[in-house]
Design a protein around this ligand. Structure first.
Ligand code: SAM
Length: 286
């Protein structure tokens, strides 16, 4: 099947090609055509991609291109574009540069005046958002939250203050931590845990924040797999005063232990220290 219209000789360009996020049938015909025709595929992990590409008969030369090697290898890509070669960029799953390597090489290729051509397809972000039932606009994508507790808390506070739908990526070993933080900071908000999208154990868990941690703790099997977390818009938009308090609290918490940050914020705003401490840590005891 070839309804894909590509020029007989590919121009020097970087094609950014989406790969399946689970179901191999989601590899698009145009992606197959482009990946068969380019001179070189830049792959996040050549072993992972080789398996998928071999299954559809693609034997194009592949170079490993990941977050460690991206900067170093980019100048070589530019030199090869200058010699007329064409490239495809792929990641292990989904769309390159979406919480994956790629933005550096893409930016450099643009700066050198070569074309960057999207070959769109699977992306966990759009797949989860599309089935969430929450408004897609406005929506805010936060990718992975930081791993350090205070930075994580601060980013989540920033995210929750945004008007609209929120989308977060999370690794299985941190999903319970995120669930716990959502219970503490976003209680009452509608949440979708989109688990193992397009795979055998795909599951869409529609739940209310306040019950998230329990859902995971009740059955540890639920912790397995990949997750996109989508939060529906807040029913109550915080007042600008509340937002300022949250910002102040988060800023102080970056530099100070939670109890000191809560005490100082309480002194400045007049809000009870206990309430601020609970807001910051999810715990009621200071
Ligand atoms: N570039 C990818 C994309 O287009 O979605 C994302 C790569 S990022 C390194 C991996 C994260 O994406 C996972 O931790 C998870 O949050 C999300 N993800 C990827 N595949 C998924 C799937 N099949 N089901 C649910 N989430 C998935």
């Amino acid at each position: 099947m070839s309804q894909v219209i590509l020029p007989p000789i590919l121009p020097p360009a970087l094609y950014v090609v989406a790969m399946p996020i689970g179901h191999r049938g989601d590899l698009a015909p145009r992606a197959i055509e482009v990946l068969s025709r380019v001179d070189i595929i830049l792959a996040e992990d050549t072993r992972v991609s080789r398996q998928i590409l071999k299954a559809v008969g693609i034997l194009t030369r592949m170079i490993s291109f990941n977050s460690y090697s991206e900067v170093g290898k980019t100048e070589k890509v530019i030199e090869s574009l200058e010699k007329g070669q064409s490239f495809a960029l792929i990641s292990d799953a989904g769309t390159p540069a979406i919480s994956d390597p790629g933005s550096f090489v893409i930016k450099r290729v643009i700066e050198y005046g070569y074309s960057v051509i999207p070959v769109p397809g699977p992306c966990a972000l759009t797949a989860a958002l599309s089935v969430s039932g929450f408004p897609a606009a406005p929506s805010h994508f936060f990718g992975f939250l930081p791993t350090r507790s205070s930075a994580r808390d601060q980013e989540l506070t920033t995210a929750l203050a945004c008007a609209g739908t929120l989308i977060i990526y999370e690794a299985p070993h941190r999903i319970v931590d995120l669930a716990k933080r959502l219970d503490a900071k976003a209680a009452g908000r509608n949440v979708l845990f989109a688990r193992e999208l397009t795979k055998t154990h795909e599951q869409l868990i529609r739940i209310t924040a306040g019950q998230c941690e329990k859902w995971f703790i009740d059955n540890p099997d639920r912790i397995r797999g990949e997750f996109v977390v989508v939060l529906g818009p807040s029913k109550i938009q915080p007042s600008s005063c509340e937002l300022e308090t949250e910002k102040l609290l988060a800023m102080l918490a970056r530099e100070l232990p939670p109890s000191k940050a809560a005490a100082l914020t309480s002194e400045i705003t007049g809000i009870p220290k206990k309430k601020l401490y609970r807001q910051l840590t999810g715990k009621s005891e200071v």
